[in-house]
Every structure is written in C-alpha cells, then in structure tokens.
Design a protein around this ligand. Structure first.
Ligand SMILES: Cc1ncc(COP(=O)(O)O)c(C=O)c1O
Length: 484
C-alpha cells in the first residue's frame, strides 16, 4: 500500500467517526466531530494492536515468562516509536510515560527543575499557554514572567520574539527555562521553536515545549529545533486512554532527582535506605505503567510516521484555509487569533457569532446540525481574555443585575472547531453552512433555548439524555442477556 492509500484507509478507520446522533426535528445521522483539540478519536488499527497485545497481557519488568518478556519488549518499542516520531536521537534524548496527559509531565518537570537549579528562579511562559503549562511553573517558582504575543484584540497570538529577547536580556541567568506551546489550543498559532531554543540556550536556560496541540498536526524535530524537553498527551493523537509523554535530554534527566517513588525505579531497598536506579526511563516510571495505552500510542505514531507528518500538515493547511475563508465571509462571525496568511496555524479555529453566547453556538451546532465543537475559555483564560478584550467592553451586560457574573461567564468565551486526520472538506463545508444558518436565524434560535448554569444552554424541547446515547449499564445488561 502506498502512502496516499494508507492515509485514505486510516482516515476511514477512526472509531466513532460516523456514530449517529439525533437532531432537532427528529432526523438522525453521523456526527461531524470537530472537537479534536480536546481529544481525538481512536485510530482503529492502533486500537487493534492494543487489543491483540491483551491476548499476551502481562505486566512489564520481568523477562522470565513469555508474556512478561513480550510486554517489556512492546513497552520498550513504544518508547522507541515516541523518540522516532519527534526525531529525537536516543543517545541524546529519553522518552518516558507520565500520568494520563501532558499535565503530569509539566508538573514533574517544574518540580524537578525548581529543585535542581534553585539559583535560577525565573520561568518565562507565553501568554497563550494552557493552564497546564503555566500553573505548575507558578506553583514551583518564585517568579513566572509571561511573554506577550503579537497583534491585538481578536488577532492576538503568536509569540512576540522581540519582547522575548528583551525579557531574556532582563532576567538572563536567572531564567531556569522557557515554557511555550508548540501551537495554541485556542488559535492554533504556531511558535518558532528553533528560534526560542537558540535564545534560551544563550543564557543557559532550557526550552520546554508543550506539543499537545502540535503533535498530531505538524512535524516536530527535537534534534533540529534543539528542544530540551517536549511534553504531549497521547489522547490528542488518536490514542485515547494512553498516557502522557515526556521526551527530555538525558543530560537534563541525569541532573534531576525522580519525583515519583515506588516499584520499578530502584536498584535496591533496605529498611534504612534505598538506591534509585540510574537506568532511564525506568527511574522516571515508578509503578506499573499503562502498558496497553503506551503500545496503542506507539502504533499510532508508527502509522503516522509511515504517512509522513509533512503530508498530514499539507492536508490540514488546505482545510484551515478553507475554513478560515468560509467562516470569515459570514456576516457577524468573528474569528480569533492570527490570520493563517500571516502566522502558521494548526487546525484549531475559535469563533463567535454576533448575538450568540459561545454556549448557545455550541449547543445549536450540536442540536440542529450534529456538529460537535467545544466552547468556553479552553483552560487558557489569560489568552482568551486578551482576545475578547474589545468585545467585552462593547457587550451589553448589566453589571448591577443579580446574575451579572453568570452573564459575563456566558459571554466570556468562544466556540472552537478543531480538526483531526479524519476531518474532510465536507465536514468544513457542513460547519460553514451551519454557522451561516445559525447567524441568519438568531431570534428563532434564541427563542428555543434557555440558559443553564454559568455557560450552558439547553433546547427547550429537544434534550436527549446522555444515557439514551450510551449507557455502560445497558451495554453490560445486553452482554448478560446475550450470554443467557
Ligand atoms: C495546549 C495544551 N496543553 C496541555 C493540555 C493538557 O493536556 P492533558 O489534559 O491531557 O493533561 C491541553 C489539553 O487540552 C492542551 O490543549
């Protein structure tokens, strides 16, 4: 099978891509899943690899029965696939799995580096960061300085390199590391990582990259960009249920003490003392690992490597441009973040429709058009606040009303459509048509919804319970009934 055929076959293989849901009016059809920035769908052949591994399931860390030996080997293979995928020389870098997402990796690195280099008490973090790549640094360091972005109001985004240079000059050898996202989870704006690495290294600071929103969308080369630490979540790259991933220079890991202690990371333990192992990644992976998740993720990375991330990126750029042009041509629609013609972006497009709260947009896209998008501030409150600065001033909120806080919450945010390998031009066209439809019948839509909570909306006549769609109890009952 050639690359293009493999790509086409993988695109068609995602589990849940065509799951059918009901819509207002009684029809039922396959969903359009545009919530990949939160979590991607599962790539079926990779799931199959994990499933097959279960036939041989055993824990790792033993070589003496077939299954344990196989598990250890396959777990090791997953680490190799990670390194290969981000072009990290295994002599220089080591990959380890941590927690259930990227958050564990940031907490781990922040705690360790604060302890290892206490004389460097400043961390530089961009204003675009997800809270996961901001709050752990705030927690462990004396001072976190936020790097501003380019542009203003709804076009705010992409690192301001000039301001970064000035901050580096100002804080110089006090900087422990610079932590930036590879691509924003709000606007998709891509950071020039090699340039940031070069500036960081001039003052002996490390570069930590949050690749959560980049890993499934663009090629990443740790070798070329000279990145010290890269962190991402497996569930953002077609392996839901897989662990968080950290790839770090061995030289960095050799300097830090392990944060988590327990089985698998010690050479020997006495009542009086214990000796941690020098072997990486074992030292960083205390406890029984998520072996199935890691192997599934390894399989995804292997398959994507065969296709080539350049090709994946090329396909996505086409869809981003199409979506940007289509959505921006609709009256009353605001798109956020830099224009893709000015700054490269991944397939994440945040938007608002005039007269619609973000929750209403997301609910109506779901209920009327079977399109699944996310809404809110996407755990990037400072960035979203900046993007909405002008609009919030102009919004008609009665600050004396008893529900003023709720009103603000309902307005403070956006809807976000985000792409995956399974996204087609038809999906983007469906989104553009749906947004145009909603924008054109605002009064009618408003009349059919009531606000719930601080940022939700519920259709007054159409509201299937989640259990009608999927219910673990029903699945179990069906199994038991079938078994007789
Ligand atoms: C840019 C970015 N960083 C970090 C995270 C945190 O990932 P996780 O929740 O898997 O730890 C997310 C999740 O949405 C994200 O989009």
């Amino acid at each position: 099978m050639g690359n293009s055929e493999l790509l086409a076959s993988l695109q068609a293989s995602f589990i849940g891509r065509d799951t059918e849901y009901p819509t207002v009016g009684g029809s039922r059809g396959p969903r359009v899943y545009l919530d990949s920035a939160a979590s991607t769908l599962m790539l079926a052949p990779a799931y199959q690899v994990g499933h097959e591994f279960l036939q041989h399931y055993a824990s790792t860390h033993s070589d003496l029965h077939y299954a344990a030996r196989g598990a250890s080997q396959a777990f090791h293979w997953a680490h190799e696939k990670v390194l290969e995928f981000v072009d990290a020389d295994p002599e220089v870098y080591c990959a380890f799995f941590a927690g259930s997402g990227a958050t564990a990796g940031f907490n781990r690195m922040a705690a360790s580096l604060a302890e290892t280099r206490p004389e460097r008490e400043v961390v530089l973090v961009s204003e675009m960061e997800h809270h996961s790549n901001d709050l752990p640094h705030r927690h462990h360091f004396e001072s976190v300085v936020h790097i501003p972005c380019l542009g203003e109001f709804e076009r705010y985004g992409a690192l301001n390199m000039e301001r970064l240079r000035l901050l580096i000059e100002e804080h110089n050898h006090k900087i422990n590391y610079i932590a930036v996202t590879g691509a924003s989870n709000v606007s998709g704006a891509i950071t020039p990582l090699a340039e940031v690495a070069s500036l960081a290294h001039q003052v002996g600071a490390y570069l930590i990259v949050d690749a959560s929103q980049m890993i499934a969308h663009a090629p990443v080369s740790m070798n070329d960009a000279d990145i010290d630490v890269l962190v991402f979540s497996g569930h953002k790259i077609y392996a839901p249920g897989s662990p968080g991933v950290v790839i770090a220079r061995r030289e960095v890991l050799n300097r830090i003490a392990p944060c988590e202690l327990g089985g698998g990371m010690v050479d020997d333990v006495y009542l009086e003392q214990y000796m941690t192992t020098a072997t990486l990644p074992d030292r960083e992976e205390a406890g029984t690992p998520n072996i199935v998740g890691a192997i599934t993720l390894g399989a995804v990375l292997d398959l994507l490597n065969r296709i080539g991330m350049d090709k994946v990126r090329e396909k996505e750029i086409d869809l981003i441009n199409h979506a940007w042009q289509g959505l921006s041509s609709i009256d009353g629609v605001t798109l956020y973040g830099p224009d893709p013609a000015d700054i490269p972006r991944t397939g994440t497009i945040a938007f608002n429709i005039k007269g619609f709260d973000h929750g209403l947009t997301a609910a109506a896209l779901n209920d009327y058009h079977n399109i699944q998008v996310r809404n809110g501030c996407f755990c990037a409150h400072p960035y979203v606040r900046e993007l909405l600065k002008k609009e919030m001033w102009e919004m008609d909120i009665d600050l004396d009303a008893p529900d003023a806080d709720d009103q603000i919450e309902r307005k403070r945010g956006m809807a976000r459509a985000s792409l995956g390998l399974y996204t087609t031009r038809d999906d983007i066209d469906a989104l553009i048509d749906a947004v145009r439809d909603l924008a054109g019948r605002r009064e009618e839509i408003l009349a059919t919804y009531e606000p719930v909570g601080r940022n939700g909306y519920r259709h007054t006549k159409f509201s299937p319970a989640p259990q009608d769609l999927f219910d673990p109890e029903r699945t179990l009952a069906n199994y038991i009934a079938a078994e007789g």
